[in-house]
Design a protein around this ligand. Structure first.
Ligand code: FAD
Length: 317
């Protein structure tokens, strides 16, 4: 079932979450171990992130450089298919522009469709570490908007080449990302929302937000989107901070602020356990307020760990 149909068929706030593919060499059981504890809360859909390869150059001597592509977490689409088959729950593979030509994208979409997956989250992806800014693949997409348009074309039976025009249309529900605190590269919130509107007009049927720790940021953002004529469901993304590492890297990596009251308490935490207890408390408080305001779904970023999300979900669902 499509995410948009889940959202439209319920007047209650749904529960959903995002997982990461395991590191290379691990097996699918490590994925199940993260999902099993959350199934009692009946997730409507589970997202699986996509991780682009990193490129490194090795000096092979005599002026020769070898280009090596490293992928730490492959397998997004296969993992979605396995989860769907095992738990009978809808899955949402993330698909990015980075590293994909339009042909690669079409192949990935055909595979998603073959496997009976009804959804895709269309993203641009971040620049790889060796690039100063995002550089699209040759013949790839520079922005998620173009990827959304390509998926929409496939849904209308419009494949890349005329020779393929007898292929059947797909019927994929398209989601996209948005940023209550503005995307890091956007010149300002207005330009970010203007581009977001184009992404929705291109065919994104719903949006999922970057994590945020202050609900007011989400409420203000949704209000602003509505004023600008963006009327699709906007699903809030929530992340409980569970260790001292999170405190150090999350604000910097995801370009999000922690509210004063939360930051003050976090600064007093000396152990991972203390951060986790506080994180569960804070996110539960956020989630309860969002649930009262009847947001479409509470979407949790698990980053491969389910205990904190389980503790929160058990107070809500
Ligand atoms: P875009 O919508 O293309 O926006 C990127 C920037 O370009 C913004 O500043 C925007 O304002 C601007 N812009 C947009 N359209 C245009 C245009 N037409 N012309 C000029 N400027 C434009 N990354 C991964 O690698 N894998 C994942 O699985 C993944 N999952 C994510 C899930 C969610 C819910 C979120 C919020 C992010 C996720 N990301 C993931 C991170 C995401 O790929 C990065 O934040 C990336 O930098 C932007 O992606 P986007 O799809 O929002 O890009």
């Amino acid at each position: 079932m499509k995410v948009i149909d889940h959202l439209h068929s319920s007047d209650k706030t749904l529960f959903s979450f995002e997982i990461l593919p395991p590191l290379k060499g691990k097996d699918i059981r490590s994925i199940y171990a993260g999902i099993d504890p959350l199934m009692e809360f009946k997730p409507s859909f589970i997202n699986v992130t996509y991780h682009r390869e990193e490129v490194i150059y090795k000096d092979r001597g005599q002026g020769l450089l070898q280009k090596i592509r490293l992928r730490k977490r492959p397998g997004t689409v296969g993992i979605c298919a396995m989860i769907k088959a095992k738990y009978d729950v809808d899955t949402v593979p993330h698909l990015i522009c980075g590293g994909f030509s339009r042909e690669d994208t079409e192949d990935a979409l055909i595979e998603i469709n073959f496997l009976g997956i009804d959804n895709v989250l269309a993203l641009r992806g971040d620049p790889v570490k060796s690039e100063p800014h995002f550089i699209p693949e040759r013949d790839g997409h520079a922005h998620a908007e173009e990827l959304v348009r390509q998926i929409g074309n496939l849904n209308r039976g419009k494949y890349l080449y005329e020779e393929e025009q007898e292929a059947s249309p797909t019927d994929l529900c398209i989601g996209a990302a948005c940023y209550p605190e503005k995307h890091a590269e956007a010149l300002n919130p207005s330009t970010d929302i203007a581009y977001l509107k184009r992404k929705v007009e291109a065919g994104a049927e719903y949006l999922v937000t970057q994590m945020f720790f202050d609900n007011q940021r989400y409420f203000d953002f949704v209000e602003r989107c509505r004023l600008e004529g963006i009327n699709v469901p906007i699903i809030p993304g929530l992340k409980p901070l569970t260790n001292l590492r999170h405190v150090a890297f999350i604000p910097k990596t995801f370009h999000v602020d922690l509210p004063d009251a939360y930051a003050r308490e976090l600064l007093k935490c000396r152990t991972d356990e203390a951060v986790k207890q506080l994180g569960v408390e804070w996110t539960t408080h956020q989630a309860k307020e969002l649930q009262v305001r009847k947001v479409p779904s509470l979407h949790f970023y698990t980053m491969g760990r389910s205990e904190a999300v389980k503790a929160i979900a058990s107070k809500l669902f």
